[in-house]
Design a protein around this ligand. Structure first.
Ligand code: ADP
Length: 374
């Protein structure tokens, strides 16, 4: 839109009519003050400003406008009947104007100038759009970089903890051996073994992440006995957590087609989380069933639960609930890997949770998918 500023109503009307006939949208102001108010309220591509006006002259108006950040893309053309001397023209430019036209106005020249200013305005607008997009992009990089740094620091810490324990147990082992105390040696050995398993799991998760990123996570799908898998998992978990009870509800009684080790990884992740995020409790429920052509597997705990906005994000890479992250060790990648595994079986992974009461993590996999050769 163009703003015409002139204290002579006839000038305003005649120029407005001509410009509107040529398809421009035109607004008018009959004083410098009115023009300033309008510039603050609306966006103009161009202001055509009469120089000789009472109270505030055109140069003063232009000077004020040049200080408005809102009008930084707006061009100004001064219109003057008398002051054609160079010093007036120079004043016009120095006060923020971009062009200077003397009356009587050659309308063809004015139209050419207006069109040029519109083009410049449009180009500037596009440039600033590109600039904003670039700035956002840089910000997003920066954020990704920061997330990566945080992850590396957590991962190093997580890896160091079991490693330090193993070192400690090996020293104790040596002492036990020197004393010939076989029972203590056995106990230290099995503790070191548990820490090594932990380390192995962490490294396997890290490798999985990089395989997912590079599209190299491979699946070896075959028919396997699902109930047998679940019983095996419950037994192994029970060995390392003898005080925790996993109650199994339901049976599948069918062979399932999928990558057994990867599905085991998901279920173990659900159970270890159910134990980890439920301090002070000693039971979780595992539900399994075949229904509506789907396999359903859920692990319900009675632990800390999550808020709805946290639930939405648990399957994101590196996400950990902030308020509890210092209480529980973890890398925030187990559920991300699990969700990738389930997706690659054509299924869905989800959670229902009540803050302070507990969560049920579950997945469903369509039977057609399970029996299909992939
Ligand atoms: P990790 O446990 O190593 O942090 P996960 O990807 O397995 O990584 O889980 C991501 C986050 O989801 C956890 O940090 C925790 O905040 C939340 N979470 C996972 N399982 C549970 C659960 N059973 N109860 C409450 N919060 C959970």
């Amino acid at each position: 839109m163009i703003l015409l500023v002139d204290d002579t109503p006839e000038n305003l009307i005649s120029l407005k009519n001509v410009l509107e006939k040529h398809g421009f949208e035109v607004d008018t102001a009959n004083s410098g003050e009115e023009a300033l108010k309008k510039v603050l309220k609306n966006s103009y591509v161009l202001i055509i400003l009469d120089v000789q006006m009472p109270e505030m002259d055109g140069f003063e108006v232009a000077e004020v406008i040049s200080g408005y950040s809102k009008a930084k893309e707006t061009a100004i053309i001064f219109l003057s009947a008398a002051n054609t001397e160079f010093r007036f023209i120079a004043k016009g430019y120095s006060s923020g104007g971009l062009d200077y036209i003397t009356k009587p106005v050659d309308i063809n020249i004015l139209l050419l100038k207006i069109k040029t200013f519109y083009r410049i305005y449009e180009q500037n607008r596009k440039l600033s759009e590109i600039q904003t997009a670039l700035l956002e992009e840089i910000e997003f990089r920066k954020e990704a970089e920061q997330k990566k740094d945080e992850f590396i620091s957590i991962a190093s810490h997580e890896l160091k903890t079991p490693l330090t324990s193993v070192k400690g147990y090996i020293q104790l082992l040596e002492r036990g051996l020197n004393k010939g105390d076989i029972e203590t040696v056995k106990s230290h050995l099995s503790k070191a073994q548990i820490q090594l398993e932990k380390l192995n799991g962490l490294i396997a998760d890290l490798l999985d992440i990089s395989k997912i990123e590079s599209g190299k996570l491979k699946f070896n799908k075959q028919y396997f006995d699902f109930d047998q898998l679940l019983d095996g998992i419950i037994e192994v978990i029970h060995q390392s957590n003898p005080d925790f009870n996993i109650v199994k509800n339901g049976m599948v009684s069918a062979k399932i087609f999928g990558d057994e080790m990867r599905i085991e990884q998901v279920i173990v992740n659900f159970i270890t989380n159910a134990i980890k995020y439920s301090p002070g409790t000693s039971q979780a429920t595992m539900t399994v069933r075949l229904q509506n052509n789907e396999l359903y597997l859920g692990v319900k705990d009675y632990g800390i639960g999550m808020q709805p906005d946290q639930v939405k994000r648990v399957f994101e890479k590196f996400y950990r609930v902030e308020e509890t992250s210092h209480r529980f060790q973890g890398l925030g990648i187990g559920l991300y890997i699990s969700s990738e595994i389930i997706k690659r079986h054509g299924g869905q992974i989800n959670v229902q949770s009540v803050y302070g009461e507990g969560s049920e993590f579950y997945f469903t996999i369509p039977i057609e998918q399970l029996s299909a050769e992939v």
